[in-house]
Write a protein that binds this ligand. Structure first.
Ligand SMILES: [Zn+2]
Length: 365
């Protein structure tokens, strides 16, 4: 063989070798769901008309303007979600700013919570799932799929604000840990933080009734479990945003998203200080549906225009730091499941179902 062709073969070998030797860096994923949080507040910050309307701000404290208002759009959204705009927008990717033509939508025809979660977790739409009181979801989901992969067995866990999330993941038939109201973290060797997180959920008023617990309790349980047991995939399911919006309390809705942004920051920083998670963990953050606009901001569902408009964001070692996506495109939330599996190097498919395509910018694939 001539030297030239030898060099050529060597080059080909090197290219294919380096391709095969560049697997994803992501070994762990945290999926965070924020129920019914609008793209409008994420990208615009507080809405002046809603913030100014006494009907939606029963406390009527001027504090809310100080905390959330700025005439400058960028300043305003940073006031509401400082970690998102100072860190995720620098090191991750944010989708769904419709002002820029970057559209994210619900694909199911219902535009509310159980069907939204089912679509996200399964990666396809099942129109039979048409109610929040729907019993056990008969379909599989990406968490179950990952939990069945080598090295991920019993390493995929859920902490949810809502009992229906358990049904959506078919908790009764699942071997995964799916912690729903008002379950404690179980075990013989619980850490002090786990014990405290367990206790606190029972000492705090049941603000939303028996079916749903507060975001702060879900956060405490998830954080305590992560610290003590190092799951590889953690699904954290939050819901106060949706409840405060339904109640027509705008300042409370904003306060909750401000707090969730801080919880995400604390969880991210904690995990980056932990050898197990440092530089190999991706956060993937989504809502389950949008909400209406103007006086319809309190509602969602197929009768409420615009409540199928959503957003999502991600940050991690495989996600290029592009920030706020400014390209015209259309993404559906059916695409998240395959993207999450893809981050871990797995190809998620369900026979007979049309699973949404992975979002290549996220998984760098
Ligand atoms: Zn919802």
């Amino acid at each position: 063989m001539k030297l030239k062709s030898l060099l050529f073969v060597a080059l080909l070998f090197l290219i294919s070798y380096s391709y095969a030797q560049s697997p994803h860096k992501t070994k762990n994923v945290v999926v965070i769901l924020i129920d019914g949080y609008r793209w409008q507040e994420l990208f615009h910050g507080a809405d002046f008309d809603l913030l100014n309307d006494k009907k939606y701000n029963p406390d009527d404290s001027l504090q809310r303007f100080k905390k959330f208002w700025s005439d400058n759009l960028d300043g305003r959204r940073k006031k509401l979600m400082p970690f998102t705009w100072n860190v995720i927008a620098k090191h991750g990717q944010l989708y769904g700013n419709r002002d820029l033509g970057n559209n994210v939508n619900v694909m199911n025809p219902y535009w509310f919570s159980y069907p939204g979660r089912a679509e996200i977790l399964s990666g396809f739409v099942d129109t039979a799932i048409n109610s929040n009181s729907y019993p056990g979801n008969p379909n599989t989901n990406v968490l179950e799929f990952i939990n069945n992969q080598k090295g991920y067995e019993e390493k995929v866990v859920t902490f949810a604000c809502w009992r229906a999330t358990g049904r959506c993941l078919h908790k009764d038939k699942s071997s995964m840990l799916i912690n729903v109201p008002w379950e404690n973290i179980q075990g013989n060797n619980l850490s002090e933080t786990e014990i405290l997180a367990n206790e606190m959920q029972h000492f705090i008023p049941q603000v939303w009734g028996d079916d749903e617990r507060l975001d702060a309790n879900v956060y405490a349980l998830a954080k305590a479990y992560i610290l003590a047991r190092h799951p590889k995939v953690t699904y954290i399911d939050f819901g106060d945003t949706d409840e405060y919006a339904h109640a027509g309390k705008y300042e409370y809705y904003l306060n909750d998203i401000f707090n969730l942004d801080a919880m995400i920051e604390k969880l991210w920083n904690l995990m980056q200080q932990d050898k197990f998670y440092k530089n190999n963990t991706t956060f993937f953050i989504v809502p389950d549906h949008g909400r209406g606009v103007g006086p319809q901001w309190t509602d969602h569902g197929s009768g409420t225009p615009h409540s199928n408009e959503t957003w999502f964001m991600a940050m991690g070692p495989d996600t290029k730091p592009i920030g706020e996506m400014k390209t015209k495109e259309q993404i559906f939330q059916t695409q998240y499941a395959k993207t999450i599996a893809n981050l871990l190097g797995f190809d998620y498919n369900v026979s007979g179902k049309k699973v949404g395509e992975e979002i290549r910018n996220i998984s760098n694939n």
